[in-house]
Design a protein around this ligand. Structure first.
Ligand code: ADP
Ligand code: MG
Length: 721
């Protein structure tokens, strides 16, 4: 086998990999592990007094504030439970605006002043902590006040134990707010949005005559795509290590064109790793359900059963953490980046969403009687109106430097937001739009809203459209533009908010209507006429759609700097303030932090391109150039001629590499630019310049002698495990 020693070493280590000691799954069946590390409702019921449990359950199930007097009792029960299992530390876990997970841990133990220690954990400590959060970005919110940030226990999301071979930490899901009460995290707005959604969904349900209406919760199930590559290759690629994606790399002779990986048999080591993912997640109460190979080689997917979207969002962060942690144990690096490899499908995170309650069930379930159909059509129309009216907010919620490489790249939905309804539901809404009451003739009969039943709507496959960013899939919508590495909290928060606004609008229009059925028909028609342009059932990847969408006036915000200003339009500010989900300041802070993040990523990547080009690629190229030149000189000296074709090409490429690298290195945005201008500037200049360097480097990769090339190739990373 040829190859550079770094690569050969990585290959041989990969090939000699031995699986860790097998899990004894008969002795400890995975099914029995579910939620064993969670301070769950059943555990609370067992360990709390009836009174305290009732008050806590009420808070969790109906969103009422927790009775403070219960906190001490809960803290004490939580501490004993955790310590019985071996925990020594506790900490609030929170989700700062950067989208990462943050925590600070404290020991349960304090000196007792008599030479020993006591374990302490009061209700006050459970409820609130003050981590030194001054280094978390706030987009300026705190610069003007004080650097204090508080974490507050989110009572609705259960505490859990995080295992480490050397100990356990009691982890308490929390919100993170400034001392003036502004949200510095992603959970707080999500919770606020769920509250608003509940309020207005309940109003609409009441109009349909329901007497008993349970709290309506948003539900979410996020499918997570990821790559697993051997850590030995990962460690030999500074770009993967630092940027999470390859900044260089010629295409593999075999890519994904055979599509032979999709749903294929799963490699044994990968499967062993998946079993452990699932066990670890099960212990944490994350209901993981589905696993399979994805389209790209070395790409996989994992999906849980849906949950209340606040919990689903916390669990999604856990999924990402556990994937990283467990894959390392199996010698893999788990790549969650949206586009780890150019020319190969990237990673998405399809977030399935609906809303429902214990009394009326899933509100996006079409049902099979006219009454529930009309109700379904109203909720569905609310989604249509919301997505059309606020499509730029949805777009902003998935905007990041990394997702820009994926959206619109013929593998993922375009940056144009649209809704896919499927043929039958589309037909129903087309009839509504044309006649007001969907009474035209159709294959399954004539439909009048509120009188007839809908034709059966397909729930699964067959009628699937992978190209749509927001697709109706039988009883839920699937937001497919979400990035694989991002937190789902914000996209869900945006959907909840815009849907709450639509439901508010609908409820306000229908309340007090003399003839309810008629009013529903009129309203549905109005919504379709005004907002039907968002519906598109065709191929979202096609050029025709881009043209058609432009004609329909649907925004196509291709890059993050174009997408982010949607957060701070007067319309957005009014929307979020009206429902008390985000203040003007909080929106400004979200916007600024997202811009800063974008700039940091692009700048870091550009520095990395320069460094790798100068210290890895250029040296390999000139060594090869030198070998060719020496061969040429040697041959000449004994009277032979040497075809310098390769030497000429390599020399030309070396020059191009050097020049493009020097240009990128020198290139700096002017410091006087505003953040947005700077982001636009680097988007338009730095990114293309990075690609220019890459172009020459990748061309050199196909010339330079294999034994001089130290970066693991696409072929090696994607196919050897
Ligand atoms: P498909 O594979 O066709 O996309 P699945 O039925 O496998 O659909 O569901 C995909 C994801 O959607 C899963 O995480 C599932 O739990 C979630 N899901 C199903 N119903 C709902 C719902 N009512 N609300 C939110 N998510 C849901
Ligand atoms: Mg799906």
């Amino acid at each position: 086998m040829s190859g550079n020693s770094v690569r050969l070493d990585a290959i041989s280590k990969t090939l000699s990999y031995q699986l860790p000691k097998a899990i004894n799954y008969t002795e400890e069946p995975t099914g029995k592990l579910f939620a064993t590390n969670v301070f769950s409702l059943p555990v609370m019921k067992e360990r709390l007094s009836k009174e305290v449990y009732k008050s806590l359950e009420k808070t969790i199930k109906s969103g009422t504030p927790l009775d403070i007097s219960a906190a001490d009792a809960i803290a004490s029960a939580m501490k004993s439970w955790a310590m019985e299992k071996g925990a020594t530390h506790y900490g609030h876990i929170f989700y700062p605006l950067t989208g990462l997970t943050a925590e600070k841990n404290d020991s349960f133990f304090s000196p007792d002043n008599e030479g020993g220690v006591v374990s302490e954990f009061s209700g006050a400590t459970l409820m609130q902590q003050e981590p030194d959060g001054s280094s978390f970005p706030t987009g300026g919110i705190r610069a003007t006040h004080e650097a204090r940030g508080y974490t507050a226990w989110d009572v609705t999301s259960p505490a859990y134990l995080v295992e480490n071979p050397n100990g356990l930490t009691l982890t308490i899901p929390s919100a993170f707010v400034s001392w003036t009460g502004e949200a510095l995290d992603k959970k707080t707005p999500l919770l606020r949005s769920m509250k608003a959604l509940n309020t207005h969904a309940q109003r609409v349900l009441a109009l349909f005559g329901h007497k008993k209406i349970g709290m309506v919760t948003a539900t979410a199930g996020a499918e997570q795509e990821y790559f697993l590559i051997d850590r030995n290759f990962y460690m030999a690629r500074p770009d993967l290590l630092t940027a999470g994606r390859t900044l260089f790399g010629a295409p593999s002779p075999k890519g994904q064109e055979f599509e032979d990986h999709y749903f294929g048999a799963i490699n044994e080591r990968v499967q062993a790793c998946m079993y452990e993912f699932e066990r670890e997640l099960f212990k944490l109460g994350v209901p993981v359900k589905t696993r399979h190979n994805e389209v790209a080689p070395a790409q996989f997917e994992l999906a849980p059963v849906f949950e209340n979207s606040n919990i689903a969002s916390d669990h999604q962060q856990l999924v990402m953490n556990v994937l990283q942690k467990v894959s390392a144990k199996y010698g893999f690096a788990c790549l969650l980046h949206e586009k780890p490899f150019a020319g190969i499908n990237g990673n998405g995170k399809h977030v399935n969403m609906s809303l429902g309650n214990s009394t009326q069930g899933n509100l996006l379930e079409p049902g099979d009687n006219p009454h529930s159909n009309a109700q379904f059509l109203v909720f569905c129309a609310a989604v249509i109106r919301a997505v059309h009216k606020y499509s730029t907010l949805l777009r902003a919620s998935v905007a990041s430097a990394s997702n820009d490489h994926r959206l619109g790249a013929n593998e993922a939905p375009p940056a144009i937001m649209s809704i896919f309804l499927g043929d039958q539901l589309n037909d129903v809404f087309e009839q509504i739009k044309a006649t007001g009451d969907a009474s035209s003739s159709k294959p399954s009969g004539t439909l009048t809203v509120g009188v007839d039943t809908l034709p059966p709507l397909p729930k699964h496959a067959g009628d699937r459209n992978r190209t749509s960013p927001f697709a109706f899939t039988g009883n839920k919508f699937e937001f497919r533009a979400v990035g694989s590495s991002q937190s789902v909290a914000r996209p869900i928060m945006i959907v909840n908010t815009i849907l709450a606004e639509s439901l508010d609008y609908i409820a306000t229009k229908l309340e007090g209507a003399a003839d309810f059925n008629k009013a529903v028909q009129v309203l549905l028609k109005e919504i379709m006429v005004e907002h039907g342009a968002i519906i598109f059932n065709g191929n979202g990847y096609s050029q025709e759609w881009h043209e058609e969408a432009a004609k329909r006036g649907l925004p196509n915000l291709k890059t993050t700097p174009e997408a982010l200003p949607a957060y701070i339009t007067p319309e957005a500010i009014a929307l979020f303030e009206k429902y008390a989900i985000l203040s003007h300041d909080e929106l400004e802070s979200i916007y600024e932090v997202a811009l800063e993040q974008y700039l940091k990523v692009v700048n870091m990547e550009s520095n990395l391109v320069v460094e790798m080009s100068k210290t890895i690629i250029f040296p390999a190229a000139v060594r090869y150039q030198n070998q060719l030149a020496q061969t040429c000189a040697n041959l000449k000296s004994v009277g032979y001629t040497f075809d310098t074709d390769t030497l000429d090409k390599v020399t030309a490429l070396v020059k191009l590499l050097q020049d493009s690298t020097a240009a990128l290195e020198k290139f700096k945005a002017s410091e006087s630019l505003e953040l947005l201008e700077e982001a636009k500037f680097v988007c338009a200049n730095t990114l293309p310049m990075m690609l220019e360097v890459r172009k020459h480097a990748d061309a050199l990769e196909s010339f330079v002698a294999d034994d001089l090339w130290s970066l693991p190739t696409y072929q090696e990373m994607l196919f050897i495990k």
